[in-house]
Ligand binder design. Structure first.
Ligand SMILES: CC(C)(COP(=O)(O)OP(=O)(O)OC[C@H]1O[C@@H](n2cnc3c(N)ncnc32)[C@H](O)[C@@H]1OP(=O)(O)O)[C@@H](O)C(=O)NCCC(=O)NCCS
Length: 183
């Protein structure tokens, strides 16, 4: 287990603030994600009763920097501090220098450039601060928003892995992208 010191990152009009440092609105933000039809349909962890699901997701956000498994930020408007989404570097593997990125913008704040600002900033820290060589990004087939984020933020399409995720009794495919430190 490797503990990480939570780091704040500037991302243009937004500020990435690590969850353990600023979390008063965390439950509200998580509830918004859990009620999102795309996320709810595709992510098994989002499908339980709302309160239980939020409680389970909260744990990762609050302990992830300490356990080293889940380095997550609330994306906040720099001027108001309002949380408009989250971005996370998931399970950094220091031996192989690889990590996965995950993200969601609050439903009311989509289409305003939140994630196209936050993902490059989190990647920059992943490469230069955390010393990663590869950042991978996976999304459900048909998630056109996530696909556009991958393209726009400089990820290279790698392919679709078949049936690698069991969701609600169905084997689901995942579309994979990556960015390398040398790209
Ligand atoms: C996908 C998501 C993160 C995009 O966040 P966002 O903050 O709205 O993205 P931006 O405003 O930075 O938009 C970036 C680009 O994506 C495009 N885009 C955003 N949502 C889109 C959608 N649903 N379909 C098609 N394109 C979309 C925008 O038009 C923009 O493209 P452009 O620069 O060519 O005009 C957001 O819709 C979301 O949280 N979805 C639900 C959760 C999810 O799917 N998370 C990813 C799981 S892998």
């Amino acid at each position: 287990m490797t503990a990480y010191e939570p780091v704040e990152i500037a991302a243009g009009a937004y500020q990435l603030r690590p969850w353990p440092v600023a979390n008063a609105d965390l439950d509200e933000v998580l509830a918004d994600f859990c009620l999102d039809p795309t996320a709810r349909a595709g992510i098994a962890a989002f499908q339980g009763p709302l309160e239980e699901t939020v409680a389970a997701l909260r744990v990762n956000r609050l302990t992830g920097w300490e356990t080293g498994d889940y380095l997550g930020w609330g994306i906040r408007e720099a001027t108001t501090g309002r949380c408009v989404g989250e971005v996370t570097l998931i399970k950094p593997d220091l031996k192989n220098q690889v990590v996965m990125i995950g993200y969601a913008t609050r439903s009311a704040d989509r289409g305003r450039g939140v994630m196209s600002s936050a993902v490059p900033a989190a990647c920059r820290w992943g490469f230069e601060g955390l010393g990663m060589y590869r950042i991978s990004l996976g999304h459900m087939v048909g998630n056109t928003g996530s696909r556009r984020i991958a393209e726009k933020c400089g990820f290279t399409y790698e392919g679709t892995s078949r049936g690698d995720y069991l969701n609600n009794g169905e084997h689901q495919d995942t579309v994979w992208w990556s960015r390398l430190a040398i790209d």
